[in-house]
Design a protein around this ligand. Sequence first.
Ligand code: PLP
Length: 284
Amino acid sequence: TTVYLNGTFLPQDEAMISPMDRGFLFGDGIYEVIPVHLRRMIGFKQHIIRLQTGLEAIGIAFDWSEEKWQSVLSKLLGLNKGDNLAIYIQISRGVSQKRQHGFPDNIQPTIFITCYPIKPPTNYLSSASKGLTLISQQDRRWRNCHIKTTSLLGNVLHYQNSQNQQVDECLLYNEQKQVTEASACNVFIVKNNHIYTPPLDSQLLPGITRAIIMDLITAKTTFGLTEKSISLDEARNADELWLTSSTRNIAPAVILDNAKIGDGKVGEVYKQINLLFNKHKFDF
Ligand code: PLP
C-alpha cells in the first residue's frame, strides 16, 4: 500500500510518526473514511465537509480546498490497486516535544492517508443470506459522539464486547433507554412499512451513509421516513432493523439479545432500499 504522510507519498511500512504525536498520546485528532467503488469516491464532498467540521470543533487549523483534497486522494488511488477500497484520512493536532494537555503554540497538524480493501455492497436477495446478530449495551462513550475523533476507545470496547459474546455488533442506548447508534454504524428501524432513524444530536455520528439512504428513500420511494428517538423496546419490536456505514453499507440485523427481530429474516423493505443503494453506489 502506498500512503500519504505530511506531503509525501511512500510505502506504508516506511511511514513513520513521532511518539510525541498528540494523535498517539491523546487520541487528539479527527478521522474520515471514504468508500471507493469502481475507482469512484462515494459521497466525497459530504465526507470532506464532516472532516472539516470535526477539525473546527476541536480547534485544529487545517483547511485544504476541495481541489487539493481531490488531487491528493486521486493520486493516492492512482498509486493503489482495487475496485472496492476505503480511504482512511487521519489528521492529528501534531507533534510537540513536551507532553502537555493544553494545545501547544505553533503546532503543525499531522496528516496521514491510507487505503484498504473493503467488500462491495451485498445484495442480500438470496433466501440463504443471513443478517447480523446484535446485543444491546448502554452507551458508555463520551458525550460528543457527533465528532469523528480518533479517540475511539469507547467504541472499541463496545465492539469487542459484542465480539466476545459472539455477535456482530452492539446496539447502544442512552440513560433514557433510547437507541443512539451501534459501535461503528447508524441505525434504522422499520415498523409497519414506515422507516425511522434517531435524530442527529451529540449522541451519534452524522453518518454519510445515513444521509444518502434518507435522500434515496425520500426521492425514490413512497415509504414514510421519520427522524425520531427510538426506544430500546421499539427496536426490539421492530419489523426490521438495519445498520449503516461507509464500509458495511446497509446491513440487516435479524437477532437482538438472542431474540428475533421481526420474523428473524432479512426484511422486504430492506431488500428494496438496499437495491436502490447499490444502484446509487455503482450506476452513474
Ligand atoms: N457511527 C459511528 C460511531 C461510526 O464510527 C460510523 C462510521 O464508521 C458511522 C456511524 C457511520 O458513518 P458513515 O456512514 O459516514 O460511515
